[in-house]
Design a protein around this ligand. Structure first.
Ligand SMILES: [Zn+2]
Length: 661
């Protein structure tokens, strides 16, 4: 199938993801250098092709805020396609002529206008029989992949669909503000994003535009395939399509169309569009009522499957909102076993008048998401959950801004805080359990599977529920459990950095590890004996107090203590690699600026392995300051105190001479 995805689009998407990780989450995914290389590559491509996409970081498109949307008249009425579920009808329509089959994307249809090689206006399909639409130029400009500058200079219009991928839909739904009900489908999210008055809010929503129709006549492009090629050449992401050159055999057409597998496609779709390749022929067929006769839509049949309702699965999300999922006896739909469907809110739950044991009908919406279609028996005996599965607090009902009723846990230290603690504990630089992403941890905390750090190592106990949860499954369980088992041995430094004592991070963890020789009991004993932590390098009074307060906090203890029964500390690890016969052994060394061969952590580890005491601030006790690119105040201070400074090269040379490089 022709994908026709513009390579520039991948680059723009990659840079955008990097920007968001950097600016919004302060958690860079690529280095500055890698970013610059990608940006240069994009600039080159923009120059070569004459195409600039809306999401390009080379452009500074400001997000406009409008008072209201203006109505604009379409040049041609926006008619729709006749819909059918019958393959016979599709075969009859094709009638042996060459045709193009493409996804019928499920988003918001848009018309983009261009003149003189520039994007000028975007309109929605709108109401009143497709005669007028709303001007949404401001939000189209902040979509990822709308070409703002193109090589084709004649005025023209292009139709396409504004969509949000399933992946981005889940991501966005996962980080909504409080009082925002989760979106039920990417379509409603896309429509809401496009029609938003404040374009700055649309910017992060990853709206994408898939072009499917060149509205303006140009004899140069007499076939649909040529039109789509022209659009791709001008930087549009064209809807993936297949060229059909078939007879009238229904089976053959069926086989050909079954290559479109919505379950494997990353975007929401509700069928296929079949259109004659010969534009003049298609147009000669005219239109009937609201339909254009040049094309036809194949809608997939929603097969209903009857099963028995078993009850609710309740989970608290990051915002405190409690999500409800209906559980039912296994049904096999399209080869996959389905036993859960998300009930979006209390109104949906009310509508179905559910009760355990009810006969219900399930289908897969867009052949992807299992949905409840009907409750045949309607016993209505099921009541709302009353307690938070995560913390046990009583739940309250709130009405969201879009008027739906949702359940909330109002305990401020419930799920959200716990999720953050787990994210911290599992992060790469702490216990390093990479598959436990924030989203997964949120579900695991919300369902009450993990209540303390020790529970992570007992995942086996919730295997059944884990495997049955959509998006989790057998493979993931094995992978995560495998990683966790591998992490049962860790250093005391990792563990201290992971448990989240306020202000005690990785470098403090390493210092404590070295001081107590990786012996946790010795660390605890020291606290009980009133140890003065300020005597350690870089430990101030606040850190000293924090450690003592943390240790006395019985709520905190419930979180970290159970993990001690599950893990073993590698006590001698750092000593084994240690080579003390070098000029840095026993010396206090600070590193500053950007180093070429080491990350910030890497240099610390290196120094520890040399027997040096890495420190973060320059003082008169500092023996060496290693200076990287764009070093700042530390260098000035070292100079004023007469501390020896070393470039990274000089540092490496000294190691080389000592034979420890
Ligand atoms: Zn709670």
């Amino acid at each position: 199938m022709t994908q026709n995805i513009n390579p520039m689009f991948d680059l723009v998407a990659q840079l955008k993801a990097a920007d968001i990780a950097y600016y919004k989450y302060d958690d860079p995914v690529i280095t500055d250098r890698e970013y610059d290389i990608l940006l240069d590559k994009l600039r080159d491509m923009e120059l070569q092709t004459g195409i600039i996409l809306s999401g390009s970081p080379t452009q500074k498109v400001s997000g406009e805020v409008l008072e209201s949307l203006t109505q604009v008249r379409h040049t041609k009425p926006m008619l729709s396609a006749q819909k059918t579920k019958s393959m016979e009808e599709i075969a009859r329509f094709i009638g042996g002529r060459p045709a193009i089959a493409s996804w019928k994307l499920d988003g918001l249809t848009l018309v983009l206008r261009y003149a003189g090689g520039k994007f000028v206006q975007a309109l929605t399909r709108g109401g009143d029989g497709g005669m007028t639409g709303e001007d949404v130029t401001h939000t189209a400009k902040v979509m990822i992949n709308v070409p703002l500058t193109i090589p084709y200079t004649k005025p023209f219009e292009v139709r396409g669909e504004g969509v949000i991928s399933w992946a981005n839909f889940e991501r966005i739904n996962g980080c909504l503000d409080e009082n925002e009900a989760p979106y039920t489908h990417p379509r409603s999210l896309a429509a809401g994003s496009v029609r938003r008055l404040d374009a700055t809010k649309t910017r992060d929503q990853y709206l994408e535009f898939f072009a499917f129709d060149l509205v303006t006549d140009d004899e140069q492009y007499a076939s649909k395939a040529a039109q789509l090629d022209m659009l791709a050449e001008n930087g549009f992401t064209v809807v993936p399509y297949r060229y059909l050159k078939l007879g009238t055999d229904k089976e053959e057409i069926d086989r050909c169309l079954s290559a479109f597998e919505p379950q494997k496609f990353g975007y929401p779709t509700d069928g296929l569009i079949i259109e004659y390749d010969d534009i003049a022929f298609g147009r000669s067929l005219g239109a009937t009522g609201h339909h254009e006769n040049r094309l036809i839509a194949l809608k997939w049949e929603d097969e209903l499957h009857e099963t028995t309702f078993l009850g609710l699965e309740v989970a608290t999300t990051r915002t405190g909102m409690v999500s409800l999922t209906g559980k039912f006896e296994d049904v096999v739909i399209d080869g996959t076993t389905v036993n859960r469907a998300y009930l979006h809110n209390l109104d949906v739950m009310d509508k179905f008048r559910l009760g355990v044991g009810d006969k219900v009908k399930i289908y897969k919406a867009n052949q992807i998401i299992p949905q409840l279609a009907e409750n045949v028996t309607q016993s209505g005996t099921l009541s709302y959950p009353t307690k938070c599965p995560c913390c046990g607090s009583y739940l309250v009902i709130r009405t969201s801004i879009n008027g739906t009723r949702l359940l909330f846990c109002e305990n401020p230290i419930c799920s959200a805080k716990m999720v953050r603690r787990f994210v911290h504990f599992c992060s790469k630089t702490r216990m390093d359990i990479p598959d436990l992403s924030e989203k997964r941890l949120e579900i695991m905390v919300g369902k009450g599977w993990i209540k303390n750090f020790g529970d992570l190592y007992k995942l086996e106990e919730c295997r059944e529920a884990f495997v049955a949860t959509p998006g989790f499954g057998d493979k993931l369980f094995e992978r995560i459990n495998g990683t966790i088992n591998n992490r049962r041995s860790c250093t005391m430094a990792q563990f201290i950095a992971g448990i989240g004592i306020p202000m005690v991070g990785r470098s403090a963890g390493r210092i404590l590890h070295n001081y107590f020789k990786g012996n946790w009991e010795a660390f605890e004993q020291a606290i009980r004996d009133g140890f003065d932590f300020t005597q350690l390098q870089d430990f101030g009074q606040t850190m000293h107090n924090n450690i003592h307060t943390w240790y006395r906090d019985t709520e905190e203890e419930k979180l970290w203590y159970p993990a001690l029964n599950q893990i073993t500390f590698i006590k001698e690890k750092e000593n084994k690699n240690m080579n003390t016969n070098n000029p840095f052994n026993g010396k206090t060394v600070v590193a500053t600026g950007k180093l070429t061969n080491y990350t910030r952590d890497g240099i610390q580890t290196k120094l520890v392995s040399l027997g040096a005491k890495p420190a973060s601030a320059v003082s008169k006790n500092t023996d060496y300051l290693i200076v990287g690119e764009s070093a700042g105040s530390k260098l000035d201070k070292a100079r004023s105190l007469g501390v020896t400074t070393l470039s990274e090269d000089e540092f490496e040379d000294m190691l080389l001479k000592a034979g420890v490089a």
